[in-house]
Ligand binder design. Structure first.
Ligand code: 7TS
Length: 420
């Protein structure tokens, strides 16, 4: 794992590899595009576009079915992709990787397949107050069905850290599952997931890590983290939309019932019942997103060419710089930790609504996100209905952060708020 205090040597705030991203080289409303909505989705390098195109032009067929050359190639590409995901996250085996449409589907799979079979009235599902709705609503659904109870590790306030002062007593209750985001998409907090998984494991608690914002943003070693489940999305790490996955520890995956039923996942079917393939294929019903896996494989290779430590330190430097510039502006409330944050800043302006902020920033070519970021309960706790968010990736530069600060000042002037 990268130490959050990791210092970057050699990143000078220039955007890395920008020339690989044709989309970044355009004007929006007459201004150069400044794309700062990477926590929502990243842009795609040529290597990923080419790999996907090459797959469709030369190798496209369905997998695990036809015994013909193209089908064999498609199957090999798909299964090689699984190997690549396993090595990217240092899973013990590719058999621990299930392909899904992304993080949301992966977390629903866990809640549905593991949750419904293992939770009952009186059990506790322990989450954090900073969960994205996709690691909250599936647990609400399963809690309603099983009678399990939801409890939450509190967030400290604007600093956005987990308050772990009562973690031992929280875990001493009959907790069956601990679910937590690795990096908060609205605060930029990096949670101590390895430490929490270790504590949970000692109590026999199953752990789920939402890796939507950590995969591809810092080195992730799943054996070191020691979680039972880890969910991620390809589109946030330079890969295509509609592909992502779930890591599930082999011992736990073997116990789980299928999620979706249909072709691909069965071994033998009778009119009234079926037997299933071995995991992970038992969890992949229907024709999978083969081209998506090919693109994801290319994205992982691409990121490892840059180096994930380098990506992390670059993003963090940009976020710290943005944090510093924004604190100088009048009436700006910043969320998330000052130190050791991931590559995003989330802020609230007293006199300007986040939707106005992002609409006006867009008019100046700056792409931000405004809203509750699928963290509604957290926003309510912090006493705001929305924040504006700038989120960075390795291709962003210090100059773009300067432009962000300049545009915010201009918007403040437009609204008649005295800019500092
Ligand atoms: N978990 C976290 C922490 C996220 O940030 C997101 C998406 C998801 C889960 C869901 O990922 P999906 O790929 O399945 O949709 N976050 C955001 C965001 O911050 N802005 O748009 C999507």
């Amino acid at each position: 794992m990268v130490n959050p205090a990791f210092h970057c040597h050699g990143c000078h705030g220039e955007g890395l590899m920008r020339e690989d991203f044709p989309i970044l080289n355009q004007s929006i409303h007459g201004y150069p595009l400044v794309y700062l909505d990477n926590a929502a989705t990243s842009q795609k390098p040529r290597a990923v576009l080419d790999a996907t195109r090459n797959y469709y032009e030369r190798n496209n067929a369905n997998v695990h079915r036809g015994i013909h050359e193209l089908s064999n190639r498609a199957t090999a590409a798909y299964e090689n992709g699984r190997e690549r995901v396993a090595s990217f996250f240092n899973a013990r085996s590719s058999r621990e990787i299930i392909f899904t449409r992304g993080t949301t589907e992966a977390l629903n799979l866990v809640a549905h397949s593991w949750g419904r079979a293992n939770l009952k009235a009186g059990d506790i599902i322990l989450l954090t107050e900073m969960e994205h709705h996709s690691n909250l609503v599936p647990w609400q659904l399963v809690a309603r069905e099983t009678g399990a109870e939801l409890r939450f590790i509190p967030v400290t306030g604007d600093e956005g850290l987990l308050d772990l002062s009562a973690i031992d007593s929280l875990l001493a209750a009959p907790v069956k599952l601990l679910g937590m985001t690795h990096i908060s998409n609205s605060l930029g907090t990096i949670n101590p997931v390895a430490e929490l998984c270790q504590k949970a494991r000692r109590q026999g608690v199953v752990t789920v890590v939402d890796g939507a914002q950590s995969a591809g943003h810092l080195p992730v070693d799943l054996q070191e983290i020691g979680c039972d489940f880890y969910a991620f999305s390809g589109h946030k790490i330079c890969g295509p939309t509609g592909i992502g996955g779930l890591y599930a520890r082999a011992e736990i995956m073997e116990q789980m019932a299928p999620y979706h039923g249909g072709g691909e996942m069965i071994q033998d079917v009778e009119f009234t019942h079926s037997t299933y393939k071995e995991p992970p294929h038992k969890f992949e019903a229907g024709t999978p997103n083969i081209a998506g896996v090919v693109g994801l494989h290319a994205a992982m290779d691409y990121l490892d060419c840059i180096g994930r430590e380098k990506v992390f330190c670059h993003d963090q430097e940009l976020a710290l710089y943005a944090y510093e510039l924004l604190t100088r502006l009048k009436g700006v409330r910043l969320f998330g930790p000052q130190k050791g944050r991931a590559g995003l800043v989330s802020f609230h302006l007293n006199e300007i609504h986040a939707h106005d902020m992002v609409t006006l920033a867009d008019q100046k070519g700056v792409a931000l996100r405004g809203g509750h970021h699928c963290n509604q309960p957290l926003m309510k706790k912090l006493g705001v209905d929305s924040t504006s968010r700038a989120s960075f990736y390795f291709y962003n530069s210090f100059a773009e952060v300067d432009r962000l600060a300049e545009v915010i000042r201009e918007i403040q002037k437009f609204f008649g708020c005295a800019a500092a």
